[in-house]
Design a protein around this ligand. Structure first.
Ligand SMILES: [Zn+2]
Length: 406
């Protein structure tokens, strides 16, 4: 039988961003009425539906929107973690065959079918942790063939799953070994072969560049991203993770949709991002997992009026977590964000960073019914009760896709 109407009843507290009033909203004793996957009413005593779910007085929030992840890889890299905690340096790890280039080797070898299975499994894990919309990057192929394979895999997984996946092309993630002595030739390959092929196949929405001194410099990034713009791809950037390389200033100059990492961004960069409306995506799990202490200056961005979103940066090297609740915990403890800011940063603001705020990121009439029924009572319990999974049920487009209630 086709599921047409669904009612979530007996919600103790519904917490969501209200995009009309520009503030957080908490509704007690609410019901949500859903028709064909879209929210049509929020209120009390909304009448009967084909199906009903009793939330049992629990907390209900929108599903998380994770706007920065690298899930298209073959092998995990726990051996590097072991070396790192044993005190080995980055150079020693690279000499032992570790680092991003080890992910490139295994990604190039794996078949498309095997990669689909691995990525789909990771996406199911995201759903279990309440993420119902995800941005996902290529960037471990670093050849035309393997970058196209990575993006195709994301499109195949998207077709088979109840999860919104936004594919981003990140050919400019690192320089592959075969181009190490001729970096300009690799940039040329990205601009003249990869971007046109991706555009022709229509398999990515955004183009991203790892803009950092020693990687893709500001002028390289400008060239790649201007090419991407000409092919109607949106722009995202990795900037200022290791040093202030002028990446945030370039993001503002190019009107990028987002600039991410931002641990070392100058005041000028922050100001320019605010002026041109670039969303700042902060990735505290990366700083945490690398055992560092230079967290991004979130308060400066917020005070300057920048839209601040949060993401896991899920990847096998520097952030092996898929948990947005854990990112909320880190944002509260290390970025100086309060609970409401951390919540809006993982839902509505992250939807804005994908230009999807009209569909997802908040529970409002006319939007997709993407929501989480928690085993919790209040919003602050999400970042407070860290390290486990406190989700009872995940609903995507009005369909129950995760159910831990038994
Ligand atoms: Zn990243």
């Amino acid at each position: 039988m086709e599921l047409r109407t669904l009612k979530i009843k007996n919600i103790g507290e519904l917490v969501t961003y209200n995009s009309h009033l520009f503030r957080l909203e908490r509704v007690s004793d609410a019901e949500i009425y859903i028709e064909d996957g879209i929210i049509v009413a929020i209120g009390e005593e909304l009448g009967s539906a084909d199906h009903e779910i009793d939330a049992g007085g629990a907390l209900v929030t929108p599903g998380f929107v994770d706007p920065h992840t690298h899930p298209v890889f073959s092998e995990t890299r726990e051996y590097e973690f072991e070396m790192r905690v044993a005190g080995k340096s980055y150079r020693e790890i690279a000499e032992a065959g570790g680092g991003i280039l080890s992910s490139v080797r295994s990604l190039r070898e794996i078949s498309e079918d095997e990669l689909v299975k691995k990525v789909a499994q990771r996406m199911r894990e995201f759903l279990k942790l309440g993420t119902t919309t995800i941005e996902a990057k290529s960037g471990y192929g670093l050849s035309t063939k393997s970058e196209l394979k990575s993006l195709k895999v994301l499109n195949i997984v998207r077709e088979s799953m109840q999860l919104d996946i936004v594919p981003t092309f990140l050919g400019a993630h690192a320089f592959p070994v075969e181009y190490e002595t001729d970096r300009n030739a690799y940039i040329k390959l990205i601009c003249e072969e990869m971007i046109p092929a991706i555009s022709e196949q229509g398999i990515a929405q955004f183009c991203d560049v790892f803009c950092e001194k020693g990687w893709f410099e500001v002028d390289d990034a400008r060239r790649i991203l201007n090419t991407a713009k000409n092919y109607n791809l949106g722009i995202r950037m990795h900037v200022d993770e290791f040093a202030d390389s002028g990446g945030a200033i370039l993001a503002a100059e190019l009107n990028a949709t987002s600039a991410d990492h931002l641990m070392h961004t100058s005041d000028e960069g922050i100001h320019n991002m605010a002026e041109s409306g670039v969303t700042a995506i902060l990735l505290p799990a990366t700083t945490f997992f690398l055992g560092e202490s230079n967290y991004a200056p979130a308060r400066k961005f917020i005070d300057e009026g920048v839209n601040v979103a949060l993401a896991t940066d899920f990847n096998p090297g520097s952030s092996m977590t898929q948990s947005m609740p854990f990112v909320m915990t880190l944002a509260c403890l290390y970025l100086g964000m309060n609970v409401e800011e951390a919540f809006i940063g993982t839902t509505y603001n992250s939807a804005r960073s994908l230009n999807m705020e009209d569909k997802v990121g908040s529970l409002e009439v006319g939007k997709q019914a993407d929501l989480i029924i928690w085993n919790l009572k209040s919003l602050s319990q999400i970042p407070y009760w860290f390290g486990g999974n406190n989700i009872r049920c995940v609903i995507k487009c009005g369909e129950r896709v995760v159910d831990f209630s038994d």
